[in-house]
Design a protein around this ligand. Sequence first.
Ligand code: DAK
Length: 259
Amino acid sequence: MTAYENILIETKGRVGIIRLNRPKALNALCADLVRELGQALDGFESDLNVGCVVLTGSDKAFAAGADIKEMKEKSYQDVFLEDFITVGWEKVSQIRKPIIAAVAGYALGGGCEMAMMCDFIIAADNAKFGQPEITLGTIPGAGGTQRLPRFVGKSKAMDLVLTGRMMDAVEAESCGLVSRLVPLGQLMDEAIATAEKIAGMSLPATMVAKEAVNRAFETTLAEGIRFERRTFHATFAFEDRKEGMNAFADKRKAAWKHR
Ligand code: DAK
């Protein structure tokens, strides 16, 4: 298995777990960490024994944002020419398998954006979300101005982006950023149990379900419905679709082949 310096990876059954692990910097997302994250996601994406991924950090920080110390001396030419920390980042939103963010502590700036790139967020009661880039004289750079309004609406997104304030876990759940809120001590149990449930479904079915929901954010309602209809019809090509319906009729548990 690849040795990583800034992340820890493990698998539990069909669940792949990635833990951001730069505790001294509150998991600030330096280039090496983001590169390793991209590699780990590629590994889980191509592993047929993994059906769902959990991305998490520590009890204190999911991630306190991109690494400000690494960024601060960069020029426009630097960030443009090297396409600054883009490749590993995009992998989080491009992975085709389901991915859950399990967030405790700070999820700020790029940390909040990374959590939003996942399919949904389960938060511990100590989680704090925010887009503080404005306090650094810049703006969110990994989707904060685009994904946050889609989760929480314009008014709250503007409030967060323009003031840079943090939002606690209760506020984050009540405005729809977070799907479930649990006590800190139960975060990983809840996230892994949820991932196991998803990974226990037919893999191609979960992958097309994810693709169809994500289409809702990219198109009109009529086109989205058309996409859903075609994709629903396409599931009739899956061996697992036949098995799932036969298992229901036979009153037995489906035996997925993930095909
Ligand atoms: N970068 C670098 N180091 C950080 C850091 C960060 N974002 N956040 C914390 N640290 C470091 C601190 O410097 C400190 O290091 P030492 O001084 O011990 O060496 C250590 O972590 C512990 O932090 P504190 O001493 O500050 O701990 P506190 O508990 O007092 O405060 C805090 C916690 C989270 C409130 C505070 O650390 C803080 O405000 N951190 C900065 C939060 C922030 O502004 N984040 C937004 C960064 S900008 C893009 C992708 C992503 C992005 C942009 C583009 N592309 C794909 C193009 C994202 C940009 C950002 O995220």
